[in-house]
Design a binder for this molecule. Structure first.
Ligand code: ADE
Length: 225
């Protein structure tokens, strides 16, 4: 999968992308992530990418031309499955969407700032809008990093144990059951006896019951869906 990210703060991705699963996936060439500094696509000498809103009022709006220039130059090289704008009023990112998007070959993620982007970009260039939750961040970069992480871990070959993404919370409409590791007793806090039984069938039933109970308590809406 190739992911092109358009941003005025490419440095913000250095931390999240240089560690752990995303780094491993990049090193193994299972994902190819490219960061594009939007200012390089501005046409004036000050590399201006925002301007005052026609409506008046506070805040600046990201201009069409640099974004169009950047997207057009990428589209000249290859076709894209989606051109995605990260926005608090987009479709809320969830595991179903991550699963669906992990089959894409090429995507563009556009990170907004200020009061948002000129609406004509959304109308004419953007094919999908994604939010990572009902709160407003200062820009789309952290949201884009969340989406990339959610997708990359699902790509075949990225996780060591292929089944581990399948047993994630939400994959089967249930949250994950509790897990334990050594020591079996710590300060008198014991692990559930059943996990020491060696009976795989009973353990698997226990895990399922725990997952179901947790889902009822913590995410009852998931069961209704
Ligand atoms: N940009 C600002 N807030 C956001 C959010 N919650 N999700 C996606 N992009 C955003």
């Amino acid at each position: 999968m190739r992911i092109d990210i358009i941003t005025i703060f490419p440095e913000m991705f250095q931390g999240p992308f240089s560690h752990s699963i995303i780094k491993r996936a990049t090193d193994k060439q299972l994902v190819d992530i490219h960061l594009h500094q939007l200012r390089n696509y501005a046409t004036d000498k000050h590399k201006k990418v925002d301007d005052y809103p026609f409506s008046g009022g506070a805040g600046m709006v990201m201009m069409i031309e640099p974004i169009d220039n950047c997207i057009s130059s990428l589209k000249k090289e290859r076709s894209y499955d989606e051109v995605i704008y990260l926005s608090p009023d987009g479709e809320v990112f969830n595991q179903g969407l991550a699963n669906q998007m992990s089959s894409y070959d090429n995507i563009i993620l556009l990170c907004g700032h200020y009061k948002g982007i000129d609406e004509r970009i959304r109308t004419h260039l953007i094919t999908r809008e994604i939010s990572i939750g009902d709160y407003v961040l200062s820009g789309g970069e952290l949201a884009a990093a969340v989406v990339v992480d959610g997708l990359v871990r699902l790509l075949p070959g990225v996780l060591g144990d292929e089944t581990s993404a399948l047993s994630d919370s939400f994959q089967d409409q249930l949250v994950s059951p509790p897990v334990y590791t050594r020591p079996r007793s710590y300060k008198g806090w014991d692990i559930p006896e059943i996990l020491l039984s060696g009976n795989e069938k009973l353990i698997s039933e226990w895990k399922h019951d725990q997952a179901l109970q947790r889902t009822k308590e913590r995410r009852p809406g998931m069961l209704e869906d």
